[in-house]
Design a binder for this molecule. Structure first.
Ligand code: ASP
Length: 340
């Protein structure tokens, strides 16, 4: 039987991190773990992986995921798109893709790839919460699960997915919701869309397809600010953003989309110049549109020109707005995309 071919791109993260040789194991006297394991060694440490897929593994970076940029995501999307296209048209041999990276920004990488890729092959993003040196490191199991999903045709229907802790999450809904738990990745609005059971992927639901965007060639990288509303704040950060050269703003409001009156003057100055997205700091649920009528509530803010983010959280809204601006979207296109 020919095994499916899966291309694995390693970007770094805890899954690759070790202490320097000879370092003692006590937490307090250690200088900490740093990226050390490359893609080949990572895959070699997973028993039975070679029976699931023919792996073509590549070490792209060895970095903490907080250092990843939009450009890294764009380059990766271009490579994946190219390999998928070659596979479809010229008899290339790629059946699926796995991206391995640090968990700190994993949801953002997955979300960007989901917006930029429209291919039939599965694209799976994974990482680990525990480094290889820790007891019960979750990296090997996550790699096995991710490669298994990438080798399965059914997963390709779900858009980009995040596979961690034997759960399959849609890139459109997943978030890192814990600093340490191996179950840190959660989809608060929907739950996981599938699971691995006895090593086999089971997809329970196929999510509605989100926006698929094409960036304009040579588009400049817009600056999009993200601000969180906070109790008792007089809006000093917002005032700084107003005076900056940013081309978009996302504001994580209280509850279903509510802001203090101290923010309104700055917002009024901004809404006719740049898109301002109204998201929620709660982490789940829709922004309201028709319920609260007081000054600074969602009805008033929408009247002032803020664009409700729907179900997109603040991080997602910032990514989506950035990609929309880079795709040449008009103000109306932006409104429609968030409304959908
Ligand atoms: N600091 C690490 C990173 O994001 C955390 C991880 O991989 O879990 O690179």
């Amino acid at each position: 039987m020919t095994l499916p071919t899966v291309r694995l791109f390693l970007l770094g993260g805890t899954i690759t991190m070790k202490k320097a040789p000879g370092e003692n194991t006590s937490l307090s006297s250690s200088s900490g773990v740093v990226p050390a394991v490359n893609a080949d060694d990572l895959c070699r440490a997973v028993p039975g992986l070679d029976q699931v897929a023919r792996l073509v593994a590549r070490t792209d970076h060895m970095m903490a995921s907080g250092n990843l940029t939009f450009q890294h995501a764009f380059d990766l999307a271009a490579e994946i798109r190219q390999a998928a296209r070659t596979s479809d048209t010229d008899g290339g041999d790629t059946d699926g893709f796995v991206i391995v990276q640090g968990t700190d920004t994993l949801e953002e990488m997955a979300f960007i790839l989901d917006c930029l890729l429209d291919i039939r092959q599965p694209v799976v993003v994974t990482g680990a919460m525990r480094s290889p040196a820790q007891l019960s490191a979750d990296g090997p199991a996550n790699i096995m699960a991710a490669v298994t999903c990438a080798a399965s045709k059914a997963i390709g229907k779900a858009g980009v997915v995040v596979v961690m802790n034997d759960e399959i999450h849609s890139a459109a809904f997943v978030t890192k919701a814990h600093t340490a738990s191996i179950g840190a990745f959660q989809s608060p609005n929907t739950g996981p869309i599938g699971r691995l059971v006895e090593g086999q992927p089971h997809l329970y639901v196929v999510p509605v397809q989100g926006p698929r965007l094409a960036l304009l060639a040579g588009a400049d990288m817009p600056k999009v600010a993200l601000i969180k509303a906070a109790f008792g704040d007089d809006g000093f950060l917002l005032n700084m953003v107003e005076k900056s050269d940013c081309q978009g703003l996302v504001i994580e409001a209280f509850g279903a989309g509510h802001l203090p009156e101290s923010y309104l003057a700055a917002l009024d100055n901004m809404t006719d110049k740049i898109p301002v997205i109204l998201s929620s700091r709660t982490g789940a649920g829709h922004i309201f549109q028709y319920t609260y009528g007081y000054k600074g509530a969602e009805m008033d803010l929408i009247k002032r020109g803020l664009i409700p983010s729907g179900l997109y959280n603040g991080l997602q809204s910032r990514l989506l707005l950035t990609l929309l601006l880079m795709s040449g979207a008009s103000h109306d296109d932006i409104k429609k995309t968030f409304a959908a």
